[in-house]
Design a protein around this ligand. Structure first.
Ligand SMILES: [Zn+2]
Length: 281
């Protein structure tokens, strides 16, 4: 049996050469390759203490996945414009942290389509080697970047136009159940593009010609390490169940899938201090 003390943050993700999502959970000293624990008996025991993932202070409750209230109110990354990028207010001189905004928001972003049970539109800052960690965080089984744009705000403006036709949200229950069909994303986009091209041209006209780069990249397939998908999903959290125990049957998005159709969104537990023990069954 192995045991680790963990101050929970979302799992770091990656993809291997067989396009299988790889998950890593950082402990205080090292990093656990969570894929290797699938099939094991896992016990996650919440100590009762929560520390802000930004400043470390003790907090009774978290906001925005791991922040204490003061950080939630003061950090640019916790501002509403992160969720609604079209509300970026950097130009008005009111960014909470202009340096952070310059380094993170006034940088190239990508607009993408992803299949998370239905085709959705989203935005992401990084696509490296054709992969964005965001797609894996969302549990997307397919993804296709469609535009490169010069800022988070512009990505938000484009997303709004596309979201008039398809969702910009993931239905996490559908995503976790798996078994939904693949979609030809290139063909899907070719058809959708005709509907949105006029409004996207209008954005281009307003902000300058070089602002939107249409991309012609291959769609990416992403597989997840899941031996059994849940059917009637029961959602767990440490506030109601401080001691979570069971056989780990898979990982998808930022969810751990346990036996008896139980799922735990680990990202929502950011900031919680837990002890994780695992043993082979
Ligand atoms: Zn804090």
């Amino acid at each position: 049996m192995s045991q680790h003390d963990i101050h929970v943050r979302k799992m770091r993700v990656d993809i291997n050469k067989h396009n299988v999502a790889q998950y890593y959970l950082d402990t205080k000293e090292s990093s656990i390759h969570m894929n290797a624990l699938i099939g094991s008996h896992l016990r996650l025991n919440f100590s009762g203490q929560i520390n802000c993932i930004h400043c470390g202070r003790k907090t009774k409750k978290t906001f925005n996945q791991g922040a204490c209230f003061p950080c939630f109110r003061s950090l640019a990354q916790c501002d509403t414009c992160i969720i609604k990028p079209e509300k970026c207010h950097y130009d008005q001189g009111t960014c909470r942290e202009p340096d952070w905004g310059e380094a993170n928001c006034l940088q190239d972003h990508f607009v993408y389509l992803a299949n998370t049970g239905a085709v959705k539109v989203g935005i992401t800052r990084h696509v490296s080697n054709g992969v964005s960690s965001r797609w894996i965080d969302q549990g997307a089984t397919q993804a296709l970047p469609i535009f490169r744009v010069p800022s988070r705000k512009v990505s938000g403006l484009v997303e709004i136009e596309i979201a008039k036709f398809i969702s910009d949200k993931t239905n996490w229950r559908t995503m976790l159940k798996g078994g939904y069909p693949d979609v030809d994303l290139k063909e899907f986009w070719a058809q959708l593009k005709e509907k949105v091209s006029a409004s996207i041209d209008a954005i281009t006209n307003e902000i300058g010609l070089q602002s939107l780069t249409p991309l012609d990249l291959p769609a990416l397939d992403i597989n997840y390490p899941v031996v059994h998908f849940p059917e009637k999903i029961k959602s767990l959290n440490f506030d109601k169940t401080p001691d979570i125990e069971g056989k780990l049957l898979g990982i998808k998005g930022q969810y751990l899938l346990f036996d008896e159709d139980r799922v735990l969104n680990l990202r929502n537990a950011s900031g919680y201090n837990i002890t994780m023990s695992s043993s082979a069954v």
